[in-house]
Design a protein around this ligand. Structure first.
Ligand code: GLN
Ligand code: ZN
Length: 769
């Protein structure tokens, strides 16, 4: 094909779409089914209707080739486990009895069996269910779901392309099943898995599929030569199949790196690649391997995981370059649109100035369609769209919202000294001991206490105007009184106010910072039927007034014991929001850090002697490529130090993280220069305490001794045993006693009992020192 014919054939496509429906119909139907209020037939009908509506939306918005099989009742990786027959032994009975109930049992567990483990899908906030495999795993193809959904789209007249998780990524995402040696490598099962994929591909071919997309996002991470070999083998074998659809191997979230040459050499007919953000390097790399002559390239030029409008002119330039590198170029979002909300048009309260800069799934589809048209018929054919896009982009660059001179001046005046506390940690620890006079093995909690339905009700009443602010505040004060009274009675050493005023640890702050906005319907799937509405960090960030001081000071006025001030850190604010794409993450982090610094200092002036700044997301935001990590950690830790660096030496700064593995970032944790850290550890039997000790972590630490993810009340003996385990790694002078994480999702009865056991266990172990 010539460059012109490659352009003329350009089509618009996407890899996946928000599943929930405009009104979160899927959540309601699935949860209704769990509660027995919705029949299986009704659930299936809702799902089919949602798929139909989504394809319809895509077609209306100008998408030529729609994805199928991306829909899921719960998670597409779990769907893949079902497709390849990788059902854990403990779930076989349930699956045999009823496929749908068995599916949900794998996802959520039952009274008797544990669910599959859940973890983050690369560096997004979507969680997938981790496949469990072992040397005895026997795969068996079940293409029912894929074939049915493809057939539905076909019957509705759509040009459709089934999308599957690719075999290499599937295995790389898996972990050894319970009872299997921890060093078992699921990738060794590749030869057993490929025939199953071959069967599914043949079934889809028989159903009429011309192309099938195999998603291999695991290839954008650093891969060993052995793993790259597996990629080569997988696609050589699948490519060699006689009767198969054409194969499109998709990658996203970062650059392909070494895997690109491997895929380019394989016999697949097409590649779908990301050309946004750090993945823009794919452009240069693609030229480096000689392009994909005669083959199909699907170019992800519209950011599929953030909410900003595309720079159409710039994308056209990228597409123009790509035309010279492939036989045919199509236009797509960089990844599935699953990661963005459905439709901006549903938002009524967004400042219209900012609204011009935003694009959700529907708006992104329209951008993709426009770009495909521009590519196929020339820029003149999209002149009006280009002009409007230019004006929208200019309104963003020139806006007072994105450029607040005061915020910029302050951020650029930051010196190294601002991000450093007055005294080094060892001398601060002495000053803090003198001020706080805590016992050995001091007890504390992570911040939140149960968010009761009354509390949520009070918040809903306030929003609906049924109660006024004064009545709501009274309600919060009463709650704080109860939380303080309980902690005093239980004998906890460092108290918290319980966070009753917070709807969410990020949203609460976003609502109070200038430059951030909330959506009403901007739901994004976090896992299963849980959806979140991430705030949008749209402009320069500042703090017009104190955000938490009033509640912390009130709590402190009720007790003689120290009450910990409680804030969410800059990295976590970024990680759980949609962030600006018109400046570096580090710059945004610095702006948030400065706003938090004012809050930290105000807390100190109002009497707080202990202040916690939570950074649970520090580990999860780590870049996918190792080469990018040092740069990230440098600005991330600086932001934390900037937020906390302005307090007196005898004011104790705590931080909290909850993620099972910290071993690889102990240096970075030390770089935060916090005085005390609390970590999740109960489930892993205090492994993090060993990791901290092994890395020579020199500060005070509280590895969690109470697993708050379960309603189970740990006995005093269990807690004491964990504490003794902790003491093997961390000396008594530096060991704190606390739960794994906040208590907001738990009920009062179990929290009461568990914390009483925690305090008595601390006393018991303390007495033996
Ligand atoms: N302070 C927060 C709480 O207790 C921390 C939550 C978290 O780590 N995710 O709820
Ligand atoms: Zn936590």
């Amino acid at each position: 094909m010539t460059t012109e014919s490659a352009a003329a054939a350009a089509r618009a496509t996407v890899y996946g779409y928000p599943r929930q429906g405009g009104d979160r119909e899927l959540k309601k139907a699935v949860e209704g089914y769990w509660k027995g209020r919705v029949t299986a037939a009704a659930l299936r009908e809702t799902a089919e209707e949602l798929r139909r509506a989504n394809w319809q939306r895509l077609a209306e918005d100008g998408i030529h080739e729609v994805p199928t099989g991306d829909f899921s009742y719960y998670d597409h990786v779990l769907d893949t486990s079902v497709m390849v027959g990788a059902v854990p032994v403990r779930h076989r009975e349930a699956v045999a009895a009823d496929a749908l109930d068995g599916y949900f049992a794998m996802a959520r567990g039952t009274q008797d069996v544990a669910p599959l483990e859940m973890t983050k899908w690369f560096d997004t906030n979507y969680h997938y269910l981790v496949p469990e495999l072992g040397p005895d795993t026997v795969f068996a193809a079940d293409s029912t779901k894929q074939v049915r959904e493809f057939g539905e789209a076909l019957a509705l007249g759509h040009d459709a392309r089934p999308v599957l998780v690719g075999p290499v990524t599937y295995l790389l995402l898996a972990k050894p099943a319970p009872g299997v040696a921890a060093d078992f490598e699921p990738l060794t099962l590749l030869d057993r898995l490929l025939p199953v994929y071959a069967e599914v591909l043949a079934d889809l071919r028989a159903a009429g599929a011309q192309w099938v997309q195999l998603d291999e996002p695991a290839l954008v991470q650093d891969r060993s030569p052995a793993e790259l070999n597996a990629v080569a083998r997988a696609y050589r074998d699948l490519g060699a199949l006689a009767d198969r659809p054409r194969l499109l191997v998709a990658s996203y979230f970062d650059r392909l790196g070494d895997a690109l040459a491997v895929l380019a050499k394989s016999p697949v007919e097409g590649l779908a690649m990301d050309f946004t953000g750090p993945a823009a390097a794919n452009l240069r790399d693609l030229a480096g391997v000689g392009g994909l002559p005669g083959r199909r390239l699907v170019a992800g030029v519209v950011d599929g995981r953030n909410v900003w409008i595309n720079d159409l002119q710039q994308s056209l330039a990228t597409l123009g370059t790509l035309l010279g590198l492939a036989g045919r170029v199509d236009v797509a979002a960089s990844c599935s649109l699953l990661h963005v909300p459905l439709d901006l048009a549903a938002e009524r309260d967004i400042d219209p100035q900012v609204g011009r800069w935003l694009a959700f799934a529907r708006q992104k589809s329209a951008e993709i369609a426009t770009l495909a048209r521009g590519l196929a018929r020339g820029t003149a054919s999209i002149a009006a769209e280009l002009a409007a896009n230019r004006a929208d982009l200019a309104s963003r660059t020139g806006s007072a919202i994105t450029h607040d001179p005061a915020v910029r001046a302050r951020a650029s005046a930051v010196t190294e000294a601002d991000a450093r506390r007055e005294l080094p940690y060892p001398r601060r620890a002495v000053a803090q001991r003198a001020r706080l006079r805590l016992p050995l093995l001091p007890t504390t909690t992570i911040g939140s206490f149960p968010q009761t339905s009354q509390l949520r009700g009070a918040r809903a009443d306030l929003t609906a105007g049924h109660i006024d602010a004064a009545a709501y505040d009274k309600r919060i004060e009463t709650e704080i009184q109860e939380v303080i009274a309980f902690q005093e009675a239980a004998g906890i050493d460092v108290l918290v106010h319980g966070e009753p005023e917070r709807n969410d640890m990020v949203q609460y702050f976003a609502e109070r910072l200038t430059g951030c906005l909330a959506t009403r319907h901007g739901w994004v799937q976090s896992y299963g039927t849980r959806y979140v509405r991430p705030p949008i960090l749209a402009g320069d960030i500042s703090r017009p007034e104190p955000m938490t001081v009033r509640w912390t000071a009130y709590a402190q006025s009720l007790t003689g014991r120290p009450v910990k001030g409680m804030l969410t850190g800059p990295v976590t604010m970024l990680a759980w929001s949609f962030v600006r794409d018109d400046q570096s993450l580090g710059e945004t982090a610095r702006q948030i850090a400065l706003a938090l610094r004012d809050e930290v200092n105000d807390l100190e002036s109002s009497g707080s002697s202990v202040i916690q700044v939570d950074e649970p997301a520090l580990r999860e935001t780590l870049p996918l490529r190792a080469a990018d990590r040092a740069g990230y950690l440098a600005w991330a830790t600086e932001a934390f130090r900037l937020a906390t660096g302005g307090v007196r030496p005898d004011t104790q700064i705590h931080t909290h993280m909850c993620y099972a593995e910290f071993g690889d970032i102990v240096r970075a944790i030390d770089d935060l220069d916090a005085d005390v850290i609390s970590l999740e550890a109960a489930r892993s039997h205090m492994r993090v305490a060993d990791e901290l000790a092994a890395a020579g972590y020199p500060r005070e630490a509280g590895p969690g001794v109470y697993d708050i993810h379960s309603p189970r009340v740990p006995s005093g003996e269990e807690v004491a045993a964990l504490l003794r385990k902790g003491l093997e790694a961390i000396p008594a002078e530096r060991l704190w006693v606390n739960p794994d994480c906040g208590l907001k999702t738990r009920g009062w009865p179990e929290v009461r009992a568990s914390l009483e056991h925690l305090v008595s266990a601390a006393a018991e172990v303390r007495a033996t020192l």
